[in-house]
Design a protein. Structure first.
Lengths: 295, 295, 216
């Protein structure tokens, strides 16, 4: 009995899937006259067969890894939809694939798991304040950069001891376990006492309570915290260059080049600027978009 | 025991005890009161710290907040436990059987596996899943929970088998059952029954351990509390934490009480065989107590 | 494999930190657990109740939640602990003391009730009965489960990795970032160091347990 019901359910599901497919196939034709919208059908047709773009466009869905706790770049609310600049960039890419916002599945990626999520196909792309570097390029590929950040220092406004990275010696510096800033601090400022947490947001209360002296990571991340808290301040010039890229499967060159095209188009037609101004632009000046690196 | 340690109190002693109890109780209450008073001074009980639970700010609804914590957070916790628990039971049973095998070729690997996973932190096993094998957070959490608990369950079952009176096996062989039949139809069912309270207690441990997902980036209950606190502001930590801790306590205490209820029932109905071997059961009990110390 | 040898000093630092965490919190937990167990059998009802509630609640709370509470929530009450090592020691000790108390209590209960009755009959007081008759006998049956509690504690110190302590597990995670290609080897190295603590302790527990069993 149970197995029969299982079969029926499976059949029903299959029929549903079939009709859904048929529906999708027909839709573009019926919608063609409505020229006001982006033409997803044409986009799909444009992608070379077997390319990642074609697969994603055909599936009508994409899984995107982003930060869930990064103000201005990727911060999630209880409704499960993240907000921020990374999220907007990801949406631009999805839109170019003809995927609507409800076709995007957002997955939280933390600093320590981004490469492995890409390698194992858990996510299609990662847009998560993701610094392009050579180590990572051995495991994955990067499109972009779409923004250039730099490591900086956040401290209490009233703190007068710390003006730059060299002042961190002997100080407690909070950062994220397994992140580039942590590695950089350990290698280049070994005198600083690194206090690793799981996320940057976890560093803010200890900073306020005097349990750590500073928080160090990319300036844009720190700017978000400084904007939300009057008693915190970003100190000194950035002391590294952190080009943010879009992580994708290694050697998927077509996909990478296509995303680069999309980014350049977005620089041209103002979508990039709009995305910035709607998110991080609320507290940071609008920068010039960086040149993409077609390595 | 405590009833024997001192005289059953006479009128004077009883009065003294009453006075002591009242004073002791008052001291405890005073300490709690002091804590509450201190917390109140920090504004912990202000409505603006608790409204997140019934009238949250930032355009979210109370339903969003609760759904996020209970459906997504607790849901993710239970999902990981629901996948890991049966896996651990089946694999643990298998290991326990191998452990009792006559051939060293079967027995020794089982012993190695059991001792290895018993001696390693669950968190490390989860990192093996995420950093080592590159699985997603769910896979890593399930892997960590499964391999650790299967080892413990194997030990519990082995102890249960060892505690059975030898007559059980002898009688089974005497009526012509094969070794396998004896094990599967006579010994194992009894061992499982005797060890049911320990097995349930181990499920509590498994459920508690799922909170380690917090550290490897699995969006379980604790993570959902943190996400909420970071979204709405750290001032809401107390209210959200109280809810989260409450959920854990309700779930775990119910399971623990279920285990104790079953234990009382089995010891009440148990026939003499189990009393024959009180010593062994005692050492098992101590064994179980030690392992309940896994987190 | 090379990655373990190359980073041996880093491993050893993490290992030392894990050992210190285990020892400090173990000692504290032992003291607190004994106190809780004594309260549990004391004549004063409120103290008995306090001990019972404490043990029951902590045993049913995930350690991660204890850390989370002290690190992220307690500062909201104005309770600010020095971040890192000592916070971890407090959390681990608070949590482990509940299990110590349980182990001791069941040890006390395992001493034949006649022993206490006899002690009372010859006029020993509560303190004398507990201290000179019951506890010395309970110690034997308490030690194996107590060692198991400490094995669990040694493994539990790894949770501190998520809360600003750079012990063995966090060291492994750090090395894993620096040597991404050798992730499995890095973690295997971490595993070896944990086993260096847990396996000898397990062997000791087993031996003691057998000795106790024979001496009865």
């Amino acid at each position: 009995m149970r197995s029969r019901r299982g079969t029926v359910a499976a059949l029903a599901a299959m029929t549903l899937a079939l009709t859904a497919c048929a529906g999708n196939a027909e839709e573009p034709e019926t919608e063609e006259p409505a020229a006001g919208e982006e033409e997803p059908a044409d986009e799909t047709a444009d992608f070379p067969e077997g390319s990642t773009m074609a697969e994603l466009a055909e599936a009508g869905s994409i899984t995107i890894g982003t930060k869930f706790d990064q103000p201005l770049f990727g911060l999630v609310g209880p409704d499960g939809v993240p907000q921020g600049f990374d999220v907007e960039i990801a949406k631009i890419i999805a839109a170019e694939l003809g995927i609507e916002e409800d076709g995007i599945e957002w997955v939280e990626t933390i600093s320590a798991n981004r490469e492995s999520f890409i390698e194992t196909g858990q996510v299609d792309v990662v847009v998560a304040t993701y610094t392009i570097n050579d180590d990572r390029k051995e495991r994955i590929s990067f499109a972009g950069p779409y923004y250039e950040a730099g490591q900086s220092i956040l401290t209490l406004t009233e703190n007068e001891d710390i003006e730059g990275p060299d002042d961190l010696a002997g100080k407690k510096v909070c950062t994220v376990s397994g992140s580039t800033p942590e590695k950089n601090l350990l290698e280049n400022y070994p005198e600083a006492e690194v206090v690793p947490f799981g996320t940057y947001a976890e560093c803010i209360d200890p900073l306020r309570n005097g349990q750590v002296d500073a928080v160090s990571t990319d300036n844009v991340i720190l700017a978000g915290f400084a904007a939300d808290n009057d008693d915190l301040e970003v100190r000194g010039e950035p002391f590294t260059q952190e080009p943010y890229g879009i992580g994708l499967a290694k050697d998927d060159t077509d996909f990478r080049m296509w995303i680069n095209d999309v980014l350049e188009a977005a620089y041209e037609d103002g979508r990039w600027t709009d995305a910035w101004e709607a998110t991080a632009g609320s507290v940071l000046p609008t920068p010039e978009p960086p040149a993409v690196d077609r390595y | 025991m405590s009833a024997v340690l001192y005289d059953s109190p006479g009128p004077v002693a009883r009065r003294r005890e009453l006075v002591g109890s009242v004073i002791g109780g008052l001291v405890l209450l005073a300490l709690i009161g002091l804590g509450v008073w201190y917390a109140a001074g920090k504004g912990v009980f202000g409505a603006d710290r608790w409204d997140v639970l019934y009238d949250p700010p930032k355009g979210q609804t109370a339903a969003d907040v609760w759904t996020f914590m209970v459906v997504q957070g607790l849901g993710a916790t239970l999902r990981a436990a629901a996948v890991a628990a049966p896996l651990a039971l089946v694999l643990g049973l298998l290991l326990a059987l191998l452990r009792t095998a006559r051939h060293a070729a079967l027995r020794v690997p089982a012993i190695v596996v059991i001792e290895l996973f018993r001696g390693l932190p669950v968190l490390l096993m989860m990192f093996f899943g995420s950093i080592g094998f590159g699985w997603d957070a769910f896979g890593a959490v399930v892997f960590g929970l499964t391999v650790y608990n299967m080892a413990i369950i194997a030990e519990i079952l082995r102890a249960g088998l060892a505690a059975l009176p030898r007559g059980q096996a002898e009688a089974a062989y005497a009526v012509g059952l094969t070794r396998r039949q004896t094990l599967l139809t006579v010994l194992l069912p009894q061992a499982v029954r005797t060890m049911l309270p320990s097995l349930i207690a181990q499920l509590v441990v498994l459920l508690k351990d799922s909170s380690l997902g917090f550290i490897v980036g699995y969006p379980e209950l604790l993570k959902s509390i943190q996400n909420n606190a970071q979204f709405f502001g750290n001032d809401y930590y107390v209210a959200l934490f109280v809810v989260g801790a409450g959920i854990y306590l309700v779930v775990n205490l119910s399971l623990s009480w279920l285990a104790r209820w079953i234990q009382r029932r089995t010891t009440k109905t148990a026939a003499s065989p189990k009393q024959v071997d009180t010593l062994t059961t005692q050492s098992i009990a101590s064994h179980g107590a030690g392992h309940a110390g896994g987190i | 494999m090379d990655v373990i040898v190359d980073n041996l000093p880093t491993y050893l630092q993490g290992f030392a930190s894990t050992l210190r965490l285990t020892l400090y919190s173990g000692a504290l937990a032992l003291a607190a657990g004994l106190l809780l167990a004594a309260l549990r059998v004391s004549p004063l009802r409120p103290l008995r109740a306090f001990s019972a509630v404490y043990v029951e609640v902590l045993r049913n709370t995930p350690l991660t939640l204890v850390f989370f509470g002290l690190v992220f929530v307690a500062p909201r009450f104005g309770l600010i602990t020095p971040l890192g090592f000592w916070t971890a020691v407090i959390c681990l000790a608070a949590y482990t003391s509940a299990f110590v108390a349980e182990a001791v209590r069941s040890g006390i209960n395992s001493v034949g009730i006649g022993q206490a009755e006899a002690a009372r009959a010859i006029g020993l007081t509560f303190g004398q009965t507990l201290g000179e008759v019951v506890l010395p006998q309970a110690v034997r049956s308490v030690i194996p489960p107590l060692i198991n509690v400490f094995i669990a504690l040694a493994k539990n110190t790894s949770v501190a990795a998520g809360f600003a302590v750079v012990e063995l597990m966090a060291t492994g995670r750090r090395l894993g970032t620096a040597n991404a290609a050798d992730g499995l080897w890095v973690l295997a190295g971490v595993a070896i160091f944990y086993l260096l603590i847990t396996i000898p302790l397990g062997v000791i527990a087993g031996t003691v347990e057998r000795k106790v069993a024979f001496s009865r």
